[in-house]
Design a protein around this ligand. Structure first.
Ligand SMILES: Cc1cc2nc3c(=O)[nH]c(=O)nc-3n(C[C@H](O)[C@H](O)[C@H](O)COP(=O)(O)OP(=O)(O)OC[C@H]3O[C@@H](n4cnc5c(N)ncnc54)[C@H](O)[C@@H]3O)c2cc1C
Length: 533
């Protein structure tokens, strides 16, 4: 074997997988067909769960330092142009105020890390430079995946370099993180199910350093222009770069629309312009034999709600510890099989959530009338109608906290589920320790040390009750399997009340796998189920 895991694709999902596998001591090779990371804009919002994951990788502060400053407004406006007062505001907390709210909220409902704006073209080189520093990770750009062959003990991957050389690598496992047109997925023969072509848009990137010195609109994250083109301006992380999305015929139309939304003569340069298509698709499978797919290779959403890369980072972190456990011989055969069972239903929910957010946007967009900016009774009525619809519908695209924090691996073969669990709720997050759910965050030391920070790379038994039962049977059972188990005692009535049980067993990815008010009678059975035997 040349390595243990081959990763195809050096986008944010493949790079995050490489970093997590690397820090777990797994040897991996990542191949990427491009010669350098993405040079044009795509995603810009890491959601709170992704930031929690980056914190576990030791990267949250680095990502924040490269992105929006903590006090930059996150609000979203509807307007005609930036030289007139906005007509509708959707208020969102800044990172600084989200952190303050988190610290003042003691019911487990707040994420440990708030969201963060960072442009994908900033994030990818950052993740690449981190992955390249890990000794057991080899990052090979300019290598295009062509095909693979699976044998009884591993896979052989064939690739071609930019220089035209053909190379092969052998490994035990392969993960295709190669984006929406994934060649790995195609070779596996997995169909994409859903809506392949909803709307074709153009995206252009503008550099305009003097924008905020000239316009009167408040600083914000998004500006939706009220027009027939669905024009949306997104402020990128430098706050000197702006992307414009619109439904137009030609690249030149994007220039015209940029000038219209700015509303005053200004110096600028268009750096990039390309078409992109809104799709809502989910792969029929995520795994076969020794090959897996993750990220956009497995699901494609409309960016509304920011559930694209963020869902993919969730995939990466689920497959990562399971691959590590299997390669370290303590993970049983059901562990890797549980990847599809756990992540595909989450992909389906997130595709649905993103579709719902977009439907809300199309409702208020459809109320546009050509007379809408006119100072006439007809124009005023059209504007009032559009704004009334927007008041109901526009916030829906941001109401995804339940999808971000509340996702649960119901019915997973490696979760000791309980009957009657809560149904998925995209809109709202209720802290819960129902098996399969993410462990709610609580500070153990105010502002610095979270319960999350004390969950290591193996399993953790939390003892929360007044009496702490002897856990040596359970420890012995995990030792027999070879799986790492640590104990964490927490003496806080508040934490015990919200967590709801005296004992919680938490997996390396922070998901609760079992809970009870007494330690299990059959420790061996529990240890075997949760480790996939
Ligand atoms: C306009 C826009 C805005 C968005 N905003 C958000 C947002 O705010 N939040 C969010 O979460 N998501 C957002 N997204 C979605 C996000 O950009 C994607 O979900 C994300 O890029 C997926 O990451 P990935 O690593 O799975 O795939 P990709 O980023 O597509 O990376 C795949 C990589 O694989 C490489 N590759 C492909 N084929 C091969 C091959 N044969 N051999 C080797 N390498 C190969 C590609 O070159 C690429 O580098 C947005 C998308 C768009 C278009």
């Amino acid at each position: 074997m040349d390595t243990q895991v081959l990763i195809v694709g050096g986008g944010p999902v493949g790079l995050t997988l490489a970093i997590d596998l690397g820090r777990r001591g797994v040897r991996c090779i990542l191949i990427e067909k491009n010669d350098a990371p993405l040079g044009y804009p795509k995603m810009e919002r890491c959601n709170p769960r992704t930031m929690e994951i980056f914190r576990r990788l030791g990267l949250a502060d680095t990502v924040r330092a490269a992105g929006y400053p903590p006090d930059w407004p996150m609000d979203t406006y509807l307007l005609f142009d930036l030289m007139h007062p906005p007509l509708f505001k959707m208020a969102h907390p800044t990172v600084a105020s989200a952190k303050a709210k988190r610290d003042a909220t003691l019911d487990g409902s707040m994420p440990l890390e708030p969201y963060q704006i960072i442009s994908q073209y900033t994030l990818e080189p950052l993740l690449k430079s981190v992955a390249e520093k890990i000794p057991n990770v080899a990052v090979k750009f300019s290598h295009e995946f062509e095909s693979f062959v699976e044998g009884s003990d591993g896979v052989t991957l064939h690739a071609r370099t930019t220089a035209g050389d053909r190379v092969s690598f052998r490994a035990q496992y392969l993960v295709g993180c190669d984006g929406g047109s994934s060649a790995v997925r195609k070779q596996l023969g997995f169909r994409m199910e859903g809506e392949p072509h909803i709307l074709e848009m153009r995206q252009a990137l503008f550099h305009c350093p003097e924008l905020y010195a000239k316009v009167i609109a408040p600083r914000a994250r998004h500006y939706h222009r009220i027009d027939e083109h669905w024009t949306l301006m997104i402020v990128q992380d430098s706050r000197e770069h702006f992307t414009l999305h619109a439904v137009v015929e030609k690249d030149e139309d994007m220039v015209r629309l940029f000038e219209k939304i700015v509303g005053t003569p200004i110096q600028y340069r268009m750096l990039h312009c390309a078409k992109w298509v809104q799709r809502l698709l989910l792969a029929e499978h995520y795994a076969q034999g020794r090959a897996f797919i993750a990220g956009d290779a497995a699901h494609l959403v409309i960016p509304t709600g920011g559930l694209g890369m963020n869902t993919g980072i969730g995939d990466a972190i689920d497959i990562s510890w399971k691959l590590a456990a299997t390669l370290q011989h303590w993970g049983g055969p059901k562990l890797l099989r549980s990847y599809e069972a756990e992540r595909r239903p989450i992909g389906a929910i997130n595709v649905q959530a993103s579709g719902r957010g977009t439907t809300g946007r199309s409702k208020w967009r459809s109320a546009y009338r050509p007379c809408i900016a006119d100072d006439t009774p007809e124009g005023k009525a059209a504007l009032a109608n559009l704004l009334a619809i927007a008041a109901d519908e526009a916030p829906k695209s941001f109401r995804v906290v339940g999808a971000e924090l509340g996702y649960r691996y119901a019915g997973s073969p490696i979760i000791c589920d309980e009957p009657g669990g809560p149904e998925p709720n995209i809109d709202a997050y209720e802290p819960t320790t129902w098996p399969g759910a993410r462990l709610p965050h609580f500070w153990l030391e105010a502002g610095t040390l979270s319960v999350h920070d004390r969950i290591g790379d193996g399993y953790t038994l939390l003892r929360l009750g007044r009496t702490k039962a002897d856990a040596s049977d359970l420890k012995h059972a995990f030792d027999t399997v070879g799986a790492p188990l640590s104990l964490l005692d927490i003496d806080s009535e508040v934490v015990r009340r919200v967590y709801g049980f005296d004992y919680l067993l938490v997996r390396p990815d922070l998901h609760v796998t079992w809970r009870g008010n007494a330690l299990p009678k059959d420790s061996e059975q529990l240890a075997r189920v949760v480790t996939g035997w």
